[in-house]
Design a protein around this ligand. Structure first.
Ligand SMILES: C[S@@+](CC[C@H](N)C(=O)[O-])C[C@H]1O[C@@H](n2cnc3c(N)ncnc32)[C@H](O)[C@@H]1O
Length: 105
């Protein structure tokens, strides 16, 4: 049984925040690995802590339907620029997810 994974921490898109070098994005390969294992083409993938949308973008590229919530407005706006399903990314607190969906439409 494999107990650890060695994956490259690389991103197709450069880190979009010039003010910090603290890149909090998930490694794309990690996202790909889990989506490959646990989802199929056409499935919905929800990231309630979307950040700069790495998970959503990889999901979209793999034929999944991405949905996300991001509390930080600036990140949410940048995130929307890198996914095709822009309106599936909601700005807000994911703890309020039940009410957010209707408020953002
Ligand atoms: C580590 S980053 C997310 C990385 C992202 N999942 C990816 O695919 O690269 C965590 C993000 O969660 C956001 N966040 C934290 N608490 C949140 C909440 N309650 N609702 C929505 N977003 C939240 C932060 O603003 C931050 O951008």
């Amino acid at each position: 049984m494999r107990t650890c994974l060695a994956l490259p921490k690389c991103h197709e898109i450069p880190f979009p925040d010039a003010r910090t070098s603290e890149d909090t994005r998930c490694p794309e390969e990690l996202v790909r690995l889990f989506l490959e294992e646990y989802t199929q083409i056409g499935d919905v993938v929800l990231d309630p802590f979307a950040g700069y949308a790495t998970t959503l973008r990889v999901a979209e590229a793999m034929g999944r339907i991405p949905y996300g919530v991001e509390a930080n407005r600036e990140r949410a706006e940048k995130a929307r620029c890198i996914i095709n399903h822009k309106y599936n990314l909601i700005m807000g607190d994911s703890r309020d997810i039940r009410t957010l969906a209707s408020a953002n439409t």
